[in-house]
Design a binder for this molecule. Structure first.
Ligand code: HEC
Length: 161
């Protein structure tokens, strides 16, 4: 009896460990999931707020000031560009960094979070950011995601995969 209970327990642990892992190709932010948003707020405050601001306001002068040839951190609120990018791009940018996304050398102060944060922590932090946007911005962002997915599906069907 004791053994069976133990087996169930270890299976539950294995599942719990496997569940949150999210494949790179199905990234979706969860701004309506209170668990994600709460976790994301903590991660944002720990990891991102030092540059992007505790109120997501960015660094003063971010539009036109450079320090050591590098741009300052932009806001993540309505006044910035974050909401112009799909979930997928925001996630990959945070995880793999600017150089990986642009495909060329790019000097930037932001750390590459691959290996520093778990995938679900990155998604949580970005979900928190999205949860703070007003409804009109969130709706535009949902549309950007829908368009991105449609384009992706069309690309995939063209290449026959
Ligand atoms: C050391 C400072 C620093 C930290 C810490 C930092 N960032 Fe950044 N981040 C930047 C800078 C600087 C840029 C803009 C780079 C550029 O445009 O050249 C940026 C840009 C971004 C962008 C692109 C925004 C846009 O308008 O295109 C995203 C998304 C982002 N950061 C997310 C995050 C997240 C999420 C975290 C925490 C997990 C984080 N950053 C932590 C400095 C930082």
């Amino acid at each position: 009896m004791r053994n069976i209970a133990l087996t169930f327990l270890s299976l539950a642990f294995a599942l719990a460990a496997a569940m949150p892992s999210i494949a790179d190709d199905i990234v979706e932010l969860r701004p309506d999931d209170p668990v994600y948003v709460k976790l994301g707020q903590k991660i944002y405050m720990d990891q991102c707020a030092s540059c992007h601001g505790v109120n997501l306001e960015g660094q003063v002068g971010w539009r036109d000031t450079k320090v050591d040839g590098m741009r300052l951190a932009p806001p993540h609120d309505k006044s910035g560009h974050t909401w112009h990018h799909s979930d997928e791009l925001l996630y990959k940018l945070t995880k793999y960094g600017f150089e990986a996304m642009i495909g060329s050398e790019y000097k930037v102060s932001m750390p590459i979070y691959d290996g520093l944060l778990k995938d679900e922590d990155i998604i949580a932090a970005l979900s928190y950011i999205k949860s703070t946007w007003p409804d009109d911005v969130r709706q535009i962002h949902d549309k950007i995601n829908a368009d991105y997915k449609l384009n992706n599906a069309m690309e995939n069907s063209k290449s026959g995969s």
